[in-house]
Design a protein around this ligand. Sequence first.
Ligand code: GAP
Length: 546
Amino acid sequence: MSTADSPTDLMERIVALCKRRGFIFPSSEIYGGFNGFFDYGPLGAELKKNIRDCWWNDMVRRRDDIVGLESSIIMHPKVWEASGHVAGFSDPLVDCKESKQRYRADQLFFAQVFVENVEFGPDVIDDLVAKKRISKEYGAALSDGKYGSPTLVGFVSALESERIEAELNEKAEEFKKKFRIRGQLKPISSNISGLVRDMTEAVPDEIDLIPSPATGEPGSLTPPRSFNMMFQTNVGAMTDASSVAYLRPETAQGMFVDFKTVVDTGRVKLPFGIAQIGKSFRNEITPRNFIFRSREFEQMEMEYFIHEDADWAKCHQEWIEWCRTWLLSIGLPDSHLSLYAHPKEKLAFYSKGTVDIMFKYPFGVQELWGIAARGNYDLGQHAKASGKPQEIFDEATKKKFVPHVIEPAVGVDRILLAALCAGYAEEDVKDEKGNVEKRTVLRFSPRLAPIKVAVLPLIKNKPELVDVAEKLYRKLKRKWNVFYDESGNIGKRYRRQDEAGTPWCVTIDFETIEKDGTFTLRERDSMQQTRIDEAALFALLEEKIY
Ligand code: GAP
């Protein structure tokens, strides 16, 4: 099996396939697209629906302790004040005044350039000062020979990527050449604490000396400032402060705000969960990596309420395992999954622990699913802000208490991208005549595959074949998304389905009509062909698609 060469290459090919086959394309493309927004075409919409359905069936319908919810996207603005989003749902933002580019400060990295046994004359030092690579005061000290070895000679910067270290070192090399500095560069390594930092860690004196990634020149980056990521809108005819509302940045608050109503109407008992699937919106500063970080996306979140005295750590662990097992059940490879426990000092004050399930995307290992133990912070906040207690009565102790919560929160689009990236392969295969040709294949699990079966009459001008094929197609279509294709040679039709990720093709051939009614079943991954009758075909699909 061969896949594309570099990670960037691979992503480009996946994006191109998505466009070519109608999985995903930029939103409003006829107007040039709209950064951070995407449309899902016929195959993408099916794939997405299958992810949602698998999650909903496994998370809600097949469990006795979880109920579903669909809350509104625009909620009372006080929800977002109580939850802390109005005050604190922000990313640190850095502007480049020259290029007008915007960066997330925690994704813009910089390093000091150090040179051992440095040799430079006064003209070089003057040049460094004039081009704002070092401060005037430091330049004066250098001119006076007040420097040790290694010597700081300036700064380089680069945006977060898999190659960040290599890129910073290349830029340091260019820097040394450009300013004709002699000596040995000290390698820049992110393993050495403090050597590579992001802009949130820059001290004020450094900011003016750090080059903008857009221009390569220092002096145009602003200090980081907070940027609230919620999209604002106005509700009603007035557009003043009193009508401001927000598009929800997460679905979770719906579950907290409706907690009491669900308890009072849903016949639920602790521990129990409320789950929701729906769109969320964040005005991301740097949407990127295709659909990985977009401005409109879909979340599948569940709030699992537990007794205040329950063993939260055990419950948290059980949910981490449940989520990981579920990802395997939809076909993501275990080898691409890992866990990241957030360091205690970086957690919000109310949080007891957060573990992310990470996925190895072509552009790096990134967060797929966050599983947070949030204590009783959210219900407590809403009780305070609304004046409505959010408690449950404990029959055993005859006391009321506010339940604690474990929250597994995942993005549908990130799962979809993970399935695309893990499933994508390019292979050399032999056609019927033994010639080697390329095939592109998406190895989706049958549960996720947008098309479950393709029905192919061997030739289209033989009514007996077409008649059987059409009948089978109609019958299958009652239960599953099935595709009918009679155009082109059979090898080409198989390739088209490989690219769409269809796990099986059934070909209606002469044996079907002349002998026993069986069809050729061609399996996508092994490309093996066997014979199967209708009952066995239905049984296979029932077993694999659940
Ligand atoms: N209620 C908790 C919460 O929303 P989060 O880590 O901000 O937590 C949960 O988001 C999940 O939603 C993430 O793990 C990710 O899968 C998805 N997600 C978050 N921001 C996203 C974005 N801009 N684009 C696509 N998916 C996103």
